[in-house]
Design a protein around this ligand. Structure first.
Ligand code: NAD
Length: 505
């Protein structure tokens, strides 16, 4: 029997022009985490077809790189228009396929719109440098050229926004794009690509094969990762995946942009505004049911505040609404699947074994056996041991005490991951210490807000096992281009750099 979510998904997808055969006649089974019912069977890309698609992208690149960048920006502007017009539909599909609550589903599409706007402006600003030459009558410059085909591998938890961060920049930079979405979220990818195809049709003369989907699991991702016709691979997902992709791409001297796991902490100092802290911590730790790479996972609280803040936080954990994102106003929706719930329980057991006191964390029965909802867990830990140093992709917040800020910063840095971090406080000395070279070692360090919910204007990404990649705003566009240094001699002699003489008469 077709579930009501399957029916709604079918109507939304066909409304966007996606052929029903594509998502009903394949063997990639997709279930909604909302109620565990099967909602689609998507046709996967066969390896040979994937190789042909990569070849077509390489050909499209050869033409697209010659299109002036502001004109390329026009395609991204049209994509932004399609996303604006269909924000509700795509946001709803995000909710149905991965279980995000409605405002987060819509927020994900808003992020796509924002990066399109950013990239359109960028298409007129792909600046190089003019450098002072040491030789007479010479001009030295640096310019940026399109890099080639960019392969995008995305994770289930931001099923469409991560594509847009990469796609919008890559397209204005003159690259062709290939997208291997998460096998847990191919439907939102089909919907997004249908919108992109509308933009392409309105644009008119873009080369065929400029953008394509490769649907499937790890194997099809590996095929793209191994292919030298894809000089840039942008991969978002677990550290395990990134280590594999990074090594394979490096072996063939390609470039990898890696956006991997996080284990993000906030430090609450004695000068913190506690009401603000409480609200920010709640969103940071429980938003998206703890399934953001930037989710707050460790709270390091000054010992003088601990007995005030932690009981207040525990009350929020007890009462926050957990429920279906389509049938309730709940702020916390489902975990993606059974293994995610099992991983959460295993981490809580490991925390207990290390002396942790666990508040919450149990299963909440919302839609029966096939779906996995959990009350977020607040875990008081005696120290930073065991599961606290790992990323468990679930709503678990470990709380620990500190006395000296330097110790708190050392604790915040003492994990393998380095994505995001924050400090709560109004003492400028403490805040600046946290932001200094001797402070947080993460790619993102915030003040008086949680570690999640980044804006697209800044470069996004992290250090250490988070992979070192940067995407989205600032100068992240450079990763999608290749740098070329140009020296031009407009004189009549051949002066050599470093005073070298080589006079052949
Ligand atoms: P995952 O690593 O299981 O899968 C991510 C993607 O990689 C999928 O498309 C998968 O098919 C593909 N893949 C897996 N192994 C591969 C391989 N060897 N070669 C090529 N492709 C491969 O991750 P997930 O469970 O979908 O997502 C959760 C993880 O993603 C968390 O660790 C989270 O922190 C991370 N994440 C990071 C960011 C970031 O920007 N840093 C953003 C979102 C999610």
């Amino acid at each position: 029997m077709t579930s009501r979510i399957a029916t709604e998904v079918r109507d939304l997808l066909t409304g966007l022009g996606v052929s029903e055969t594509v998502f009903t006649s394949g063997d990639l089974v997709v279930s909604s985490p909302i109620d565990g019912t099967e909602i689609a069977r998507v046709v996967q890309t066969a390896p040979d077809a994937a190789r042909t698609t990569i070849g077509a992208a390489a050909e499209a690149f050869a033409a697209w790189r010659r299109v002036p960048a502001p004109r390329r920006g026009e395609l991204v502007r049209l994509l932004g228009e399609e996303l604006r017009a269909n924000k509700d539909v795509l946001g709803r599909l995000v909710t149905l396929e991965v279980g995000k609550v409605p405002s987060e589903g819509l927020g994900e599409v808003q992020e796509m719109i924002d990066i399109c706007d950013f990239a359109v402006g960028l298409s007129r600003q792909l600046y190089g440098l003019t450098i002072q030459s040491e030789r007479p009558d010479h001009r030295l410059t640096e310019q940026w050229h399109p890099a080639g085909v960019v392969g995008i591998i995305s994770a289930f938890n931001f099923p469409v926004a991560v594509w847009s961060w990469n796609a919008a920049l890559a397209l204005v930079c003159g690259d062709a794009i290939l997208w291997k979405p998460s096998e847990k979220a191919p439907l939102t990818a089909l919907a997004t690509h249908a919108l992109f195809e509308r933009a392409l049709a309105r644009f008119g003369d873009a080369p065929a094969g400029l953008s394509a989907l490769l649907i499937g699991g790890r194997d099809i991702g590996e095929l793209m990762v191994e292919d030298a016709r894809v000089p840039v691979v942008s991969a978002t997902g677990s550290t395990r995946m990134g280590r594999d992709v990074g090594e394979r791409v490096a072996r063939r001297f390609g470039k990898a942009i890696l956006e991997l796991g996080g284990n993000n902490a906030s430090i609450v100092t004695p000068s913190a505004d506690l009401d603000l802290t409480l609200r920010a911590v709640a969103f940071g730790a429980m938003g998206t049911a703890g399934q953001r790479c930037t989710t707050l996972r460790r709270l390091i609280v000054h010992e003088d505040l601990y007995d005030v803040l932690v009981p207040r936080l525990a009350r929020v954990y007890e009462t926050i609404a957990v429920g279906s994102p389509v049938d309730s106003e709940a702020l916390v929706g489902p975990l993606i699947d059974a293994p995610a719930f099992a991983a959460m329980q295993a981490s809580l057991d490991a925390a207990r074994a290390q002396g942790g006191i666990v508040h919450g964390g149990g299963r909440v029965d919302v839609n029966g056996e096939g779906s996995f909802y959990a009350r977020p867990a607040l875990v008081e830990m005696p120290g930073q041991v065991g599961p606290v140093k790992e990323e468990t992709f679930a709503p678990i917040l470990y709380v620990m005490k500190y006395r000296d800020l330097s110790d708190a910063i050392a604790m915040q840095n003492d994990v393998p991951q380095g994505l995001s971090s924050s400090i709560f406080g109004t003492d400028i000395r403490e805040v600046e210490q946290f932001l200094s070279a001797a402070g947080s070692d993460c790619g993102i360090a915030n003040v008086n807000m949680g570690p999640s919910g980044a804006e697209i204007g800044g470069a996004f990404g992290g250090e250490k096992e988070t992979g070192g990649g940067r995407e989205s705003g600032s100068d992240a566009w450079r990763a999608y281009m290749r740098r070329q240094t140009n020296a031009v001699n407009y004189g009549r002699t051949v002066p050599l750099a470093q005073g070298v003489k080589f006079d052949v008469g």
